[in-house]
Ligand binder design. Sequence first.
Ligand SMILES: [Zn+2]
Ligand SMILES: [Zn+2]
Length: 235
Amino acid sequence: MHDNHDDADYLWPTCVAPNCGRQLWVAEAGRYVCRPCEERANKHLAELGPLFRRLNETATLMRGARRPGGATSGSRTPPIPPRLEVLALTAAGGVATRLRDIEDSWRTALGWTVAPWRGSPLQAVPEHLKFLTNNLPWAVYSYESVGQDIDELRRLHAECTAVAANEHRPGRVSIGRCPNRYDDGALCRADLTATASSHRVHCGTCGARWETLGEWKQLREQQDAVLREDAGVAA
Ligand SMILES: [Zn+2]
Ligand SMILES: [Zn+2]
């Protein structure tokens, strides 16, 4: 209780979020962070889901399709040049791990067991976000380290936003040669390009199109087949 206002040494409580430090209102008594900081954290949690899905889609596109039935010998299809920051955020150790670390520290403070295994980052991220959203009201009143955690959410959101914004840069990446065949059986072999923000690939020479992730995988398989064929001819 703030019952000693007359004491000159009394320090009015302030928001514990780094970069805030705002004095708390009387109506905010008992909170560790101020309402605006809580609202920002909620907004970051809500936006991280769609942001992560988009980055994960880009990462999938960059990794290319996995060979069905396991790899044998043969040349590798030229990969899309990896944007390391996308991979760093979407792989283990990225967004999913950093959200799990926050969830685990909240669970520890609550006396609960640590977060259960939730599968791939794509599967785990929405679950972590849900947990953090549901328990944020508890954390702002009862978790003294909540300030550093909402600051970590702010950083994660900023990093994902910056990387996602880069995906809208004009410019295309080279993704190997067109494996399409003309009616006479000749291969097109034109250089194919793609933007990292879309699965759509269009060959400007023969007009072939690959528009879904499934078709993208087919494209990779066709490119692999051509490379194997070329390797066979050369041998
Ligand atoms: Zn604040
Ligand atoms: Zn073509």
